[in-house]
Design a protein around this ligand. Structure first.
Ligand SMILES: [Zn+2]
Ligand SMILES: [Zn+2]
Length: 272
């Protein structure tokens, strides 16, 4: 399994010099299992993944399963700019998520309706298929994906991808403190080789003024990793106001409690 980070920033893109070490694009993680492509979230990093796939595949059709944690802008904004959706009628994309208030397809399409975007999804040549999912355990090519609800305004799904060689847990946009969702996070992360977890705030920021906003912090990330027996912790969904210096300090502090920790950085690859 190969995990590649295309977007790591939470809430909104931050193309600022002081953030460039870790990156300014919003969430997108690509996972390769053998030749199969799995994607978690379609923030602005999704655009660069599209360019990379076009370069790699040329005219060879692309098949990918795309899992959306939820529909806040920072997790879907790359979709209108994802070139492989427009280019090749033999490309197939399978979108998986749950939209509680409207159908999954509509939740994705509506960000492109008039007057928000000049073309809509009917302009896309690729085949798009939409699979509404709840808490499920589904077999895909060479892996199993488990989804569970997390603690976030308007809902958010966390995912666990299992292969013969390893386990990845993708748990972003979640706040600690609710017994059901705290348990879900730990189930998803149980014995994971890599745990990608929401560490948007500093612990003090969270306590002071961010309770109820649906995000977590690095100290909780460390607790989850230890309690779940995760082998590597990746802090993710960085706050727009946390620059490279701040993120370095967070990693330094977290590594005192849990040595195998890093802050997700655009372009980083982890192989399991
Ligand atoms: Zn988010
Ligand atoms: Zn969100």
């Amino acid at each position: 399994m190969q995990i590649r980070f295309w977007g790591v920033r939470g809430s909104t893109p931050t193309p600022q010099l002081e953030n460039m070490l870790y990156g300014g694009n919003t969430p997108c993680v690509e996972v390769r299992v053998n030749d199969h492509i799995y994607v978690f979230d379609c923030g602005t990093g999704f655009r660069n993944l599209g360019k990379s796939l076009m370069q790699e595949r040329g005219n060879t059709p692309i098949y990918a399963h795309v899992f959306l944690s939820h529909f806040h802008w920072d997790h879907i904004q790359g979709i209108p700019f994802f070139q492989p959706l427009y280019e090749n009628p033999d490309n197939y994309f399978f979108f998986h998520s749950s939209s509680r208030t409207r159908g999954l397809q509509r939740a994705i399409e509506d960000q492109m309706v008039d007057p928000y975007f000049p073309v809509d999804m009917s302009e896309m040549a690729a085949h798009c298929n939409f699979f509404d999912m709840d808490e499920e355990r589904v077999a895909f090519d060479d892996c199993i994906v488990q989804s569970m609800w997390l603690n976030h305004p308007q809902g958010c799904l966390g995912f666990r991808l299992e292969t013969d060689n390893g386990i990845l847990a993708y748990c972003t946009d979640t706040e600690p403190g609710h017994p059901v969702y705290d348990r879900n996070v730990r189930k998803l992360a149980e014995n994971a080789d890599v745990l990608i977890y929401d560490a948007q705030y500093l612990p003090a920021e969270y306590e002071d003024k961010r309770r109820g906003w649906g995000h977590s912090h690095w100290r909780e990330a460390v607790s989850v990793a230890i309690e779940a027996g995760a082998k590597e912790l990746v802090l993710y969904h960085h706050d727009p106001d946390h620059d490279d210096v701040c993120l370095d300090a967070i990693v330094q502090a977290a590594s005192q409690l849990y040595p195998r920790v890093r802050a997700a950085r655009e372009g980083d690859v982890i192989s399991i």
